[in-house]
Design a protein around this ligand. Structure first.
Ligand SMILES: NC(=O)c1ccc[n+]([C@@H]2O[C@H](COP(=O)([O-])OP(=O)(O)OC[C@H]3O[C@@H](n4cnc5c(N)ncnc54)[C@H](OP(=O)(O)O)[C@@H]3O)[C@@H](O)[C@H]2O)c1
Length: 301
């Protein structure tokens, strides 16, 4: 096992919960949570710097019954969230050499660990080295912390399609965590990108290089506006929907080429059946000692 670069504390701060509910109702800041034991095999003990807060976590906290967590982890107390960026503190004996202590890494914990309540909203976590990547030198840890969930979802949208230079792509919901990544990938592939968002997000979305923005709130119904403006020779080759607007799909023959494809990654049907996190609880200060923001990261002070 690699030598411990700095003394390892026995306890750490961690946000924990032990019953189902919304984060604001059930989360507690535990100052004396046990630090995970030193890593074995190819695992890494990582000091967490930032955590990307993900809407999927609310579903997890609201749905998974405590007895299932007790069964999986042997512990009724759970730590939420899965995305993170941080620094390798200790590397297990068979961890690859590029993950030596001090290396800046980011990733997303495996789903079963998330369900078991072994989440990332804590100072230290154990991760299999196969589940992390080195943060590029040009990227800050805060930027990397929101990349593994929303970024990977955006990347996945492009797996079944072949976007090429000159293709016309519509990104529905371009100002969200997934949307801002999707428009950048589409632009990097040379596509002509039309993006929907509200007027308040125009500046942000335009700064990503999109060619046209459409205010979905001002153009109602959206499908009629799209049919007017993007029918016939202006039709799209691909529609990437991060919102799951049913009418966008239903009326798509009016603005999507006959051989075009529509990709939808919306999972809000899951959120609709779980308690709603009020807007004023999203992306705000997570509590004493930590700052958190949706898809932007939270920093352990
Ligand atoms: N984040 C992930 O890791 C992840 C993973 C898998 C699946 N998903 C799913 O992907 C979807 C998007 O997630 P997200 O994290 O990107 O959400 P998000 O960061 O909360 O962004 C949602 C965005 O949607 C925009 N919006 C709301 N209603 C709209 C409408 N009718 N038309 C166009 N835009 C609209 C809002 O833009 P304005 O502020 O401009 O109005 C907002 O910026 C969700 O269904 C989520 O469950 C997300």
């Amino acid at each position: 096992m690699s030598k411990d670069p700095t003394p390892q504390p026995h306890t750490m701060r961690a946000w924990t919960f032990s019953c189902r509910g919304l984060p604001k109702d059930v989360l507690k800041l535990d100052y004396t949570h046990p630090v995970p034991p030193p890593p074995t095999k190819g695992d890494l003990l990582i000091r967490v710097s930032y955590v990307g807060l993900n809407p999927g976590c609310v579903i997890n906290m609201s749905f998974i019954p405590p007895f299932l967590r007790r069964f999986l982890s042997g512990n009724p107390t759970a730590i939420p969230e899965g995305e993170f960026a941080g620094v390798v503190h200790l590397a297990g004996p068979s961890a690859p050499p590029n993950f030596s202590p001090g290396t800046r890494v980011f990733g997303n914990i495996p789903m079963m660990r998330l369900i078991a309540g072994l989440g990332t909203l804590a100072e230290y976590i154990i991760m299999p080295s196969s589940g992390v990547a080195v943060v590029p030198a040009s990227m800050s840890l805060v930027e990397a912390s929101g990349l593994s969930g929303a970024g990977q979802t955006a990347m996945d949208m492009f797996l079944p399609i072949r976007v090429k230079e000159g293709h016309r792509v519509l990104v529905n919901g371009s100002s969200g965590g997934v949307g801002i990544m999707a428009v950048q990938i589409a632009k990097a592939k040379g596509a002509y990108v039309v993006a929907t968002c509200s007027e308040a997000s125009f500046e942000l979305v335009k700064s990503l290089g999109v060619d046209e923005v459409v205010d979905y709130r001002a153009n109602v119904p959206l499908h009629a506006h799209l049919a007017d403006k993007y029918g016939g020779k202006n039709s799209f080759d691909f529609i990437l929907d991060t919102i799951g607007t049913q009418d966008l799909f239903t009326y798509s023959p009016s603005y999507l080429k006959p051989e075009g494809q529509l990709i939808n990654v919306d999972t809000s049907h899951l959120r609709r059946s779980s308690p709603r996190l009020p807007d004023d609880q999203r992306g705000t200060n997570g509590g004493e000692g930590c700052e958190f923001s949706t898809n932007g990261g939270g920093r352990n002070a």
